[in-house]
Design a protein around this ligand. Structure first.
Ligand SMILES: [Zn+2]
Length: 841
C-alpha cells in the first residue's frame, strides 16, 4: 500500500501537469533488490529443504530469475490496475543492458577519479547471509546480556592479575592488548607491564588510550582490533601492536591458530558458552552481571552483526555530498514537507564512506579485474583481455557484486539513456519531481542527488516530496515484515482503483503516517457515488446533441443568485486546487474538490436550482441553470481527474464533449469563470435561513406533511433585500406555508419557535404549544453566554492585549459585541414568553 500511495501522488502530479500542457514523462521501472531478493529466494528454497548456497551457480541464478519474474509481473499488474499513467514504452529494469552499461561507466569514472577505493575497513558483517551490509541496513535495539569480569594473570608470574570486563568473552583470542585511560591513577604504574590472555599462553601489553571509559566495568578494555570498531581505532593509534588473524570466519565460526584447538570450528554462540565454562573452571571468571546493552542486528536476516575488518569497495562520500548540501541550502532542490530538511542535513553532514561491495551473487559484478602477474587493479567498462601494465592475460575477476543502490542512484539520468547523449537526456534532464517514502531518503534520494551533481553536473530534480508511511487500522506501520498490508490487487478488485486512490489521499494528509482501511475506503466510495449521481442528474437536463460547454455561460446580472454563486465558488475551488497541487499538498486539493462537489454543487446548488432546471421559472431561467450546471460539472470532472481517473473519464464521456479523452483535455484555465463576491456574500443569509428553519422544523417536531408559517427579522437592509427576493426558495426548501419578513420593531407572532443568528432572527409556527422552544432558547443562551464569558476574560487579560496582533484583538472585540447582542435578543424573547432570562450579560 506504501507503493500505491507513492504512485497515487505521482499520478496526481503527472496528470495535473499533463493536462496543463507541461512536458511530462513518468518512467516506470524496477530494481533488482540484490540482497533482499537473494534472502527471499533463500527462504523459499529453505522451505523445500534446499540450501541456495549449495546449488550450482547457474541453477541458483535461475531460481532468482524465476522469483524476480513472478514479482515483476505482480508489481506491473498493480501499476496497471491502479490506473497510473506511466510511459510503458520507457519501462526500465536495473539489470537491463543499458543499466549494466551505466553502472560500469559510473564505477569506472569514480575509480579513475580516486573516489572509489578498495580498503580494509570495519564493516557490518552478516554471518548468516555472509555478506557486508550497509549501516542503513542495521537495526539497533536494547537487549539483555551479561557483562563478565575476567582476570588476566600477570605475565611475570606475580599472583593476582588485571580485572577486565567484556560482553564477548569468546573474542579474547583475538586480543592484542589491554588498555586503560591515561589519566586513570589506579593503573598509571602498570603501563608497559604484560598480562597473559586467559586460556592461552599469549602475552599482551597494558597500553594507555583516551578512548577508554574509566567508569565502565573495571576501567580496562581488551583490544580486539578485528572485531570491534573502537578497538580498531585504538589499534591504529598504537602502531607497535601486531594485527591478529581473523578469529571468526565469514559464517561466524571460530578459526585461526590464535584460537585454541578446542574452540576452532565452533559457532560464536557455542564458543561463548564453552569459553565461559572453561574460564570459570580455570579460575579466570571473577563474576558476571546482567547487562542491558545495544545490539546491532541485520535488517534482512536478524542475525547479530559481527563488526569485522574486511576488504571491501568504498565510495568516498564527502566530496560527493558537499555540492548537494549547498544545492539544498540555495533552494536549488526543495524538500517537501520542509520538516524533513533537518534530518537530511544531519545525515549529509555526518556522511560516511559507502561500502558498495556485497558478497552475494545476485547483482552487477564489480567491473574490476586483478592481474595475477603485477597485481594491477584494472577497472574497465568492457572486461579486459590483458593487463594494460604488464600484458599478462592471467587476470582474475573481482568476486563481489555491487550494492543495488549503486545502480539505482543513477536512475534519473540512466533511464534517459546516459551515458549516451540521447535526445531524451537533453530534453528531460534535469527532471522536476521525485516522490518517495521517507524511509529511503538516504538509501536512494540523497544518493541520486549526489550522482546527479557528479555525473551530470546538475540537480536530478527540483522538488522532492516525501510521503508518509501507510498504517493499518490499528495504527501499525504496514510492512512486509508484519504482513499487515492488503494486496493492492485485492483492494482494487473489491473497491475499485479510484476508491483506493481517493482513500489514500483523503482525509489523511499524504505526507503524514495515516491509517488506511475500511473507513477511508467507504469515504472514497461514498464520494464517488455522490459524483456519479450528480452527473446522472445533470444528464437528465441535457438535451440530446447539446454542445459541450466551451466558456462559462454569460449570465445577466439578473440571473438567479445560485447560478452566479456556484460559478464564483467554482472559480475559487479551481484556484485553490491549482495552488495546493503547485505546493505539493494533494490532500488539500482533494479536500477542496470533495467539499465543493459534495456540499456546494450536489447539495446546495442542485437543491436551489431545481425549480429553474425543471422549467418552472421560465425558459430563460431554465437555460441559464442548465448551462451553469453543465459547465460546473464538466469543469469539476477535469479538476477531479488526476485523483480518480477512471470514474471521471467514464462520466465525462457521457457528457457533451469535444476532446477525445479527458486525460488529454486541457486543465481549466484561470479566470475563465467570473468572480462574484456579491453573490457569495448574498448566499450566506439565504443558506443560513434555510438551515435554521429546517433545524426549527425538526426541533419543534413539525409533522412532515405540515406547511407551517415562518417569519424572519433581518439584521439589516442587505439581508432584507436578499431574503425578500429569495423568499420562494426558502418556502420551497423548508416546505413552509408562508414566509414574512418583520421590521425591526414589529411584534413577534405568538406561538412560534425561535432561533437567533448573525443575520437576524427566525420564527417558526409551532404545531402545538410546547415548552421545548423556551428550553431550546435557554440552551442556546447558555452556550452563547459561556462563549461570551470566555471571549471577555481573554480580552481582560493584559498579556493578550499587549502581545496579540492588532487584528486578533479587534476580532475578539467584535465577537464579544456580537455575542452580547445575541444573548440580549434571546433574553427579550424569553421575557415576552414570561420565562426567566437568566443573568444579564
Ligand atoms: Zn599486470
Amino acid at each position: 500500500m506504501g507503493h500505491m500511495l507513492g504512485d497515487t501522488v505521482m499520478d496526481i502530479l503527472v496528470r495535473f501537469h499533463r493536462m496543463r500542457g507541461d512536458a511530462t514523462v513518468w518512467v516506470p521501472g524496477l530494481d533488482h533488490a540484490g540482497l533482499a531478493t537473494q534472502v527471499e529466494v533463500r527462504r523459499r528454497l529453505q522451505k523445500q529443504g534446499v540450501r541456495l548456497e549449495e546449488l550450482p551457480r547457474e541453477e541458483a541464478l535461475r531460481e532468482v530469475e524465476r522469483w524476480k519474474e513472478e514479482h515483476e509481473r505482480r508489481i506491473l499488474e498493480q501499476t496497471r490496475a491502479g490506473g497510473f499513467s506511466v510511459d510503458w514504452n520507457r519501462y526500465r529494469y536495473t539489470m537491463d543492458p543499458a543499466s549494466v552499461r551505466a553502472t560500469r561507466e559510473a564505477f569506472v569514472r569514480l575509480h579513475e577519479a580516486g573516489l572509489v577505493y578498495r580498503g580494509e575497513r570495519m564493516v557490518n558483517w552478516d554471518p548468516k547471509l555472509r555478506t557486508a551490509i550497509s549501516d542503513l541496513e542495521v537495526v539497533h535495539s536494547e537487549e539483555d546480556g551479561a557483562l563478565v569480569y575476567l582476570r588476566y594473570p600477570w605475565a611475570d608470574g606475580s599472583p593476582g592479575g588485571l580485572e577486565v570486563a567484556t560482553v564477548r568473552p569468546e573474542t579474547i583470542f583475538g586480543d592484542v592488548a589491554v588498555a586503560v585511560h591515561p589519566g586513570d591513577d589506579r593503573y598509571r604504574t602498570l603501563l608497559g607491564r604484560e598480562v597473559i590472555v586467559p586460556l592461552t599462553d599469549r602475552k599482551v601489553p597494558i597500553i594507555a588510550d583516551a578512548a577508554i571509559d574509566p567508569v565502565f566495568g573495571a576501567g580496562v578494555l581488551k583490544v580486539t582490533p578485528r572485531h570491534d570498531l573502537v578497538d580498531h581505532e585504538i589499534y591504529q593509534r598504537h602502531p607497535t601492536l601486531p594485527m591478529p588473524p581473523d578469529i571468526l570466519d565469514d559464517s561466524g565460526h571460530m578459526t585461526s591458530d590464535w584460537v585454541p584447538e578446542a574452540y576452532r570450528g565452533l559457532d560464536r554462540d557455542d564458543a561463548r558458552a564453552r569459553t565461559l565454562e572453561d574460564l570459570e573452571k580455570a579460575g579466570f571468571l571473577l563474576r558476571s552481571e546482567p547487562y542491558r546493552h545495544s545490539v546491532a542486528r541485520s535488517e534482512r536476516s536478524d542475525a547479530v552483526i559481527e563488526p569485522r575488518l574486511s576488504t571491501q569497495w568504498f565510495v568516498r562520500m564527502r566530496p560527493l555530498a558537499a555540492p548537494v548540501v549547498e544545492a539544498v541550502r540555495r533552494g536549488e532542490i526543495r524538500i517537501h514537507p520542509e520538516r524533513w530538511e533537518r534530518s537530511f542535513y544531519r545525515w549529509m553532514e555526518e556522511i560516511q564512506d559507502w561500502c558498495i561491495s556485497r558478497q552475494v551473487f545476485w547483482g552487477h559484478p564489480i567491473p574490476v579485474s586483478h592481474c595475477r602477474a603485477c597485481h594491477r587493479e584494472i577497472a574497465s567498462i568492457d572486461p579486459p583481455k590483458a593487463c594494460p601494465q604488464c600484458g599478462s592475460v592471467d587476470l582474475e575477476d573481482d568476486p563481489d557484486v555491487l550494492d543495488t543502490w549503486f545502480t539505482s542512484w543513477l536512475w534519473p539520468f540512466a533511464i534517459l539513456g546516459w551515458p549516451e547523449r540521447t535526445a531524451d537526456l537533453e530534453h528531460y534532464y534535469p527532471t522536476s519531481v521525485l516522490v518517495s517514502g521517507r524511509d529511503i531518503m538516504f538509501f536512494w534520494v540523497a544518493r541520486m542527488m549526489m550522482a546527479g551533481y557528479y555525473f551530470r553536473n546538475a540537480r536530478p530534480f527540483s522538488d522532492i516530496y516525501f510521503t508518509g508511511m501507510v498504517r493499518d487500522e490499528q495504527g501499525r506501520r504496514m510492512s512486509k515484515h508484519l504482513g499487515n498490508s492488503p494486496d493492492p490487487l485485492d483492494v482494487i478488485h473489491e473497491r475499485g482503483a479510484d476508491a483506493m486512490r481517493f482513500a489514500l489521499v483523503f482525509p489523511n494528509p499524504t505526507d503524514e503516517d495515516g491509517p488506511f482501511g475500511t473507513p477511508a475506503l467507504d469515504g472514497g466510495r461514498n464520494f464517488l457515488t455522490k459524483v456519479w449521481n450528480l452527473v446522472r442528474f445533470t444528464l437528465s437536463f441535457v438535451p440530446a446533441g447539446a454542445a459541450p460547454p466551451g466558456v462559462p455561460p454569460a449570465l445577466p446580472p439578473s440571473s438567479a443568485l445560485e447560478n452566479r454563486w456556484v460559478l464564483s465558488r467554482y472559480r475559487r475551488a479551481r484556484e485553490e486546487v491549482d495552488r495546493a497541487l503547485g505546493e505539493f499538498r494533494p490532500t488539500q486539493a482533494a479536500t477542496v474538490l470533495h467539499d465543493f462537489l459534495w456540499h456546494d454543487v450536489a447539495d446546495r446548488f442542485v437543491e436551489i436550482a431545481k425549480e429553474s432546471l425543471l422549467g418552472r421559472r421560465g425558459e430563460g431561467a431554465q437555460r441559464e441553470a442548465r448551462e451553469t450546471l453543465l459547465y460546473v460539472v464538466e469543469r469539476s470532472l477535469r479538476l477531479l481527474h488526476p485523483f480518480v481517473p477512471h470514474v471521471t473519464e467514464e462520466l465525462w464521456h457521457a457528457l457533451p464533449h469535444a476532446d477525445t479523452v479527458l486525460a488529454l483535455s486541457p486543465w481549466p484555465a484561470a479566470d475563465e469563470a467570473p468572480a462574484d463576491p456579491v453573490a457569495e456574500v448574498e448566499m450566506e443569509p439565504l443558506l443560513e435561513t434555510i438551515r435554521l428553519l429546517r433545524n426549527l422544523r425538526s426541533e419543534e417536531k413539525v409533522p412532515l406533511d405540515a406547511a407551517p408559517k415562518a417569519w424572519v427579522r433581518p439584521a439589516g437592509p442587505e439581508v432584507e433585500r436578499v431574503l425578500s427576493r429569495e423568499k420562494a426558495t426558502v418556502v420551497r426548501l423548508v416546505r413552509l406555508g408562508s414566509l414574512e419578513l418583520l421590521g425591526p420593531s414589529e411584534a413577534v407572532p405568538a406561538g412560534t419557535g425561535r432561533r437567533v443568528a448573525a443575520f437576524g432572527e427566525c420564527f417558526l409556527e409551532r404545531p402545538v404549544a410546547t415548552g421545548a422552544t423556551a428550553e431550546a432558547l435557554r440552551r442556546e443562551r447558555e452556550k452563547l453566554h459561556a462563549l461570551l464569558e470566555k471571549t471577555r476574560s481573554r480580552l481582560a487579560d493584559p498579556g493578550f492585549r499587549d502581545h496579540a496582533p492588532h487584528e486578533v484583538v479587534e476580532e475578539a472585540e467584535a465577537k464579544a459585541a456580537e455575542l452580547a447582542e445575541r444573548v440580549r435578543r434571546i433574553d427579550e424573547h424569553l421575557k415576552q414568553d414570561g420565562a426567566s432570562p437568566g443573568a444579564t450579560p
